[in-house]
Design a protein around this ligand. Structure first.
Ligand SMILES: [Fe+2]
Ligand SMILES: [Fe+2]
Length: 472
């Protein structure tokens, strides 16, 4: 177990004090980060005491501490998972050689790009979600939102540590730029499209933490395999925190469908929407939207970049150890490729299909939550089934971009797509409806907004009625 310094200005388990230059550089970045947090973090709750988990080590048990803290005083730290003794590269052309402790010159640009792209999503999501607290369905949910937000802030720290410690001057410049880009800003937007739309309602927040944070999980799993050992150790610890974010999404959607299905069981003749509940076809439209834009985050189905990353050991597959062949030079991967108006089964070289391999693992993982949501609906005796749309549906990136497919994967003409869009994807009416039922914050301890069921239990042994967020 590496030693932990929690009393320093920047809590860390990377012996920051032994590298004065690095420590000074990060301590100079720290006030800029805090300024960004106060400006762009949760709107209206910076003076509240929030019952939050803070990472205090990377130990598998006892890595977190729970207590009330005002968010600007949150102790954002730098924690890497413990090193694996004599770790070797687990895939690609250099398989079996020692993992890198320093950045090889020839991979410097590609690695920096991977780290900056990952790092940019972390503050972006905080910016997207900054208004959500004002319409929270309960103190429990408000606390979970802020937990996700502060940890995305810590993930930014994780990436900035790598930039500062391994990329010299351009790394420091990238760290500054990560605080300057703004979600949705026309002149200086966040890097990835999905991170530039504001998040105005809690159904979207739950979908985001279920589907988009899960994209994050798969990117982190792929980077955890990296030959660049500091990146591997950083992302391995981030995954520990990420699990809670996806829990928030999975249980959030589950509680929405539970509330609606209860109503459908008890009052069959009363439309859920007419009594301020989120109807299940609308939940389906939100799944369709968030799943499809999250699929885009994996990149094109056929990608020479992905092949290059794999060949050079920068980015592997999720759980690389579960594959037999870690070199992946000979085999091919079959996919449906659009050709002359039809879908043709084609075999492409495995390495160029690595984005699709990762996306396929992701889709399987997504299905598990949908199954649980359906179980909730079925247990309440309601005949309705939620589904994941086809991976071809509503794609803006890759082979299927610019083409039209129904959620079941059928090809559609442009006119038919336009006519059905409102069945497939959230509409202005849906958004206005959500705005109307989520117009104020529910902040009495233990109370829930009308449109969502209470959680089964509270956080870390506290009851659901616990005052998770308070103001004196
Ligand atoms: Fe994150
Ligand atoms: Fe996350």
């Amino acid at each position: 177990m590496s030693s932990i310094a929690t009393n320093e200005k920047i809590p860390n388990n990377v012996s920051l004090a032994s590298d004065r230059r690095l420590q000074r550089a990060l301590e100079e970045w720290q006030p800029n980060f805090r300024k960004w947090w106060v400006e762009m973090g949760p709107d209206g709750f910076q003076e509240h005491d929030v019952w939050l988990r803070t990472a205090i080590s990377a130990d598998s048990d006892g890595w977190a501490h729970f207590d009330y803290v005002k968010m600007p005083d949150y102790r954002w730290g730098i924690f890497l998972a413990d090193p694996v003794q004599d770790r070797t590269i687990g895939f690609g052309d250099d398989m079996g050689k020692p993992a890198w402790q320093e950045v090889p010159g020839e991979h410097r640009n590609a690695l920096r790009r991977l780290i900056v792209t990952q790092g940019d999503t972390e503050p972006a999501s905080v910016e997207q979600q900054r208004q959500l607290g004002l319409t929270c369905p309960s103190l429990y949910d408000l606390r979970n939102l802020f937990q996700v937000n502060v940890e995305e802030g810590r993930h930014l720290w994780a990436m900035v540590y790598l930039l500062h410690s391994h990329f010299g001057r351009d790394g420091r410049e990238e760290a500054e730029a990560l605080l300057e880009r703004r979600s949705g800003n026309a002149d200086n937007p966040r890097i990835l499209g999905a991170f530039n739309a504001p998040m105005l309602d809690w159904l979207s927040f739950f979908m985001f933490t279920y589907f988009t944070d899960r994209d994050g999980k798969y990117q982190l799993l792929a980077l955890a395999e990296s030959a660049f050992d500091p990146l591997s150790r950083t992302t391995r610890f981030m995954l520990t925190e990420e699990a809670h974010h996806m829990f928030v999404g999975e249980t959030g959607v589950q509680r929405v469908v539970e509330r609606t299905a209860q109503h459908m069981r008890d009052q069959k003749d009363v439309e859920p929407r007419s009594v301020g509940l989120i109807d299940l076809p609308m939940v389906q439209r939100y799944i369709n939207y968030w799943f499809s834009i999250s699929l885009d985050l994996f990149g094109g189905e056929i990608s020479s970049n992905a092949a290059q990353y794999f060949a050079s050991g920068l980015k592997g597959r999720a759980h690389e150890e579960r594959y037999d062949d870690h070199v992946a030079l000979d085999p091919s991967f079959e996919m449906l490729v659009p050709k002359d108006g039809a879908l043709v089964r084609e075999a492409v070289p495995m390495r160029t299909a690595m984005n699709e391999v990762l996306r396929t693992s992701y889709v399987e993982d997504c299905q598990r939550g949908v199954d649980k949501w359906n179980k909730t609906i079925a247990e309440l005796g309601v005949p309705f089934e939620l589904t994941l749309p086809s991976s071809r549906f509503n794609r803006q990136v890759g082979l299927y971009a610019g083409l039209h497919f129904a959620p079941d994967g059928r090809a559609l003409g442009a006119a038919e797509w336009e006519a059905k869009r409102g069945e497939f994807l959230p509409t202005d009416e849906d958004r206005a409806f959500l705005g109307s039922i989520m117009s104020r914050a529910v902040t009495e301890p233990g109370k829930m907004a009308h449109w969502i069921a209470a959680p089964k239990k509270g956080i870390k042994g506290k009851p659901v009625e616990f005052e998770y967020v308070r103001h004196d």
